[in-house]
Design a protein around this ligand. Structure first.
Ligand code: 5GP
Length: 180
């Protein structure tokens, strides 16, 4: 895509494919005999979740949640609103939250507390991207795809005002950020 707002590539298509395959293998072996319920956090995680699920050789099930953070468009305040809740009951399920990116960790901390209260048999997190050094809470991630520098990124599910989600790689965003 020829767009001056698409900056340096942070994780290219091949690296993504390779790492997703590795994560899929790890999850397949870790969850053998107790297939996970994958919980995707919309919208950002849809691309990662779709690729990851195909790399897991187990009878996984899917559910999705949509959340929105209050505060500015680029900084979360930790106050999270559930826009769409899960359809399935988590009681006694092995739940694996699939997240696109962890920045402050506040969104994830909220999600973890919220889902833990529903009595799953286990609750772990697989995050594609972890921004270096910005966590305000310990994100406690079982699986991490890539640690990246603390810049604002787009692509592979990640957007700016709903655009760029379909880029097949992760790139820095160079441009004005919309304010919420
Ligand atoms: P946290 O609560 O960890 O600070 O932020 C997590 C959420 O903020 C992510 O799920 C994502 O929606 C958004 N976010 C954080 N960093 C970025 C980024 O670099 N690019 C995009 N597009 N969204 C981000």
């Amino acid at each position: 895509m020829n767009d001056p707002h698409i900056g340096r590539v942070v994780v290219d298509q091949e690296e993504l494919q390779q790492r997703v395959a590795e994560l899929g293998k790890e999850i397949t072996s870790d969850y053998s005999g107790r297939p996970p319920l994958l919980v995707g956090v919309l919208k950002g995680a849809f691309m990662f979740m779709s690729d990851l699920a195909r790399a897991v050789d187990l009878p996984v099930e899917f559910d999705f949640m949509a959340v929105s953070s209050y505060g500015s468009a680029t900084r979360t305040s930790g106050v999270v609103r559930i826009l769409k809740d899960l359809d399935l009951d988590l009681t006694d399920r092995h739940v694996l939250i699939v997240e696109d990116i962890v920045d402050s960790g506040l969104t994830l901390a909220y999600l973890r507390r919220n889902l833990a209260a529903r009595h799953p048999a286990s609750l772990e997190v697989c995050a594609l991207l972890l921004k270096d050094g910005l966590q305000r809470v310990d994100p406690d991630l079982r699986y991490v795809g890539f640690r990246i520098p603390p810049t604002f990124v787009i692509g592979y599910g990640l957007d700016v005002a709903e655009r760029y989600r379909n880029l097949p790689y992760v790139a820095e965003y160079r441009g004005p950020l919309p304010q919420a």
